[in-house]
Ligand binder design. Structure first.
Ligand code: NAP
Length: 326
């Protein structure tokens, strides 16, 4: 059946694409359904800590390689949004905006979604000066003034990138200490066009058709000021948008999918990996490793269910008795 798969993976980030590499190499018919390619990793302008890439490279480049590798082994990709997943007897029915698919197993690897700041004007100016992706939108701000909100690595990354493009960059953070890496802070301090505005929160984004200014409040002395800016990059972290699976698998208090060390969720046949799960350390390498585990666990689950032999999962692992598949 055309729309029936062994594994449907939701999300094409580091976790999802690694899972696809592993399931496809096990000859499982694999489909990835995703709204984008590369997830959060593809937004990182500089990645220095992915093993094997000795030169600084972009997350986008690394994700392109993951994608090529998954396709090389036969994984199929579809750009679409999953609306619901329904368990039906021994199979899961996956409804997207455009189609219905069926799969023996599901791997949830849909990662994180940028968090809103929830300030006046944010909604109105989305796409008109308010951005959540410096990598995607930075070139619109050549020789302009931009403000970056946040104090984590994403905000620091965005500041560094925009300091090379914009005329002036304000880095606005609600505390006077950054959460991001010191190495990035040191790099930013060398950029003459960057001004730190610390202990400050943004109160309002103003403009006409496009953003023109922001109002910021100093949290110590409560003073308020308006600064002219053409772009506002909101980099205040991410959240897991897991509502579409909340009746299917157990979530924690942060809406993250609860997994065990084999990437199994509370529902047999559904696995999860990467930033959408409760695993610690949201890093590309961790997501890739978890994706590999989820892929192998899905394989093992199918083989056991169909009483087929598993092979080569782990050194010394006791193999299931049965005939080989394919
Ligand atoms: P993050 O590390 O959670 O930082 C979010 C920042 O936004 C924090 O500084 C936080 O302030 C601030 N914030 C949150 N809500 C806010 C609000 N309502 N108003 C004002 N400020 C607010 O998130 P991230 O920077 O997006 O990074 C996410 C993960 O990806 C991290 O693990 C990060 O290391 C990783 N990452 C790594 C790289 C890299 O290695 N180059 C690049 C990008 C991301 P407080 O500090 O006061 O809480």
């Amino acid at each position: 059946m055309k729309n029936t798969y062994d594994v449907i993976i939701i999300g094409a980030g580091a976790a999802g694409m690694t899972a696809a590499i592993y399931t496809s190499r096990r000859m499982l018919k694999t489909l990835i359904i995703s709204k984008d390619l590369g997830g959060q990793a593809s937004l990182a302008t500089e990645v220095e800590n992915y093993p094997g890439f000795t030169e600084t490279t972009s997350g986008f480049e690394i994700m392109q390689k993951f994608n090529q590798q998954a396709k090389k082994f036969g994984a199929e990709f579809i750009f679409d949004e999953v609306k619901t997943i329904q368990p039906q007897n021994n199979i899961f029915q996956v409804e997207t905006n455009n189609q219905t698919y069926k799969a023996k197993t599901i791997i949830l690897a849909f990662g994180l979604t940028p968090r809103d700041l929830n300030v006046f004007g944010e909604e109105k100016f989305k796409g008109k000066g308010v951005s959540y992706c410096a990598t995607c939108d930075s070139l619109f701000y050549k020789n302009k003034i931009v403000s970056i909100i946040g104090g984590g690595n994403a905000a620091l990354d965005a500041t560094l990138l925009l300091s090379k493009i914009a005329k002036k960059v304000y880095l606005i953070h609600r505390r006077n200490e950054f959460r991001g890496d010191e190495i990035l802070i040191q790099k930013i301090k060398k950029q003459k066009n960057v001004q730190f505005i610390l202990n400050s929160i943004i109160k309002e984004i103003k403009g006409d058709e496009f953003v023109k200014s922001i109002i910021i409040n100093n949290v110590d002395n409560k003073s308020e000021k308006e600064i002219a800016t053409n772009g506002v990059f909101i980099e205040v972290g991410f959240e897991v948008k897991a509502n579409f699976v909340k009746n299917l698998v157990d979530l924690d208090e942060k809406n993250q999918i609860i997994t065990n060390k084999h990437c199994e969720t509370s529902r047999p046949g559904i696995f999860a990996a990467g930033d959408a799960t409760d695993i610690h350390y949201k890093q590309i390498i961790i997501s890739a490793g978890e994706g590999a585990k989820a892929g192998l666990s899905a394989y093992k689950y199918i083989q056991a269910k169909e009483n087929l032999k598993t092979s080569g999962l782990d050194w010394g692992e006791k193999k299931l008795k049965g005939k080989s598949k394919k």
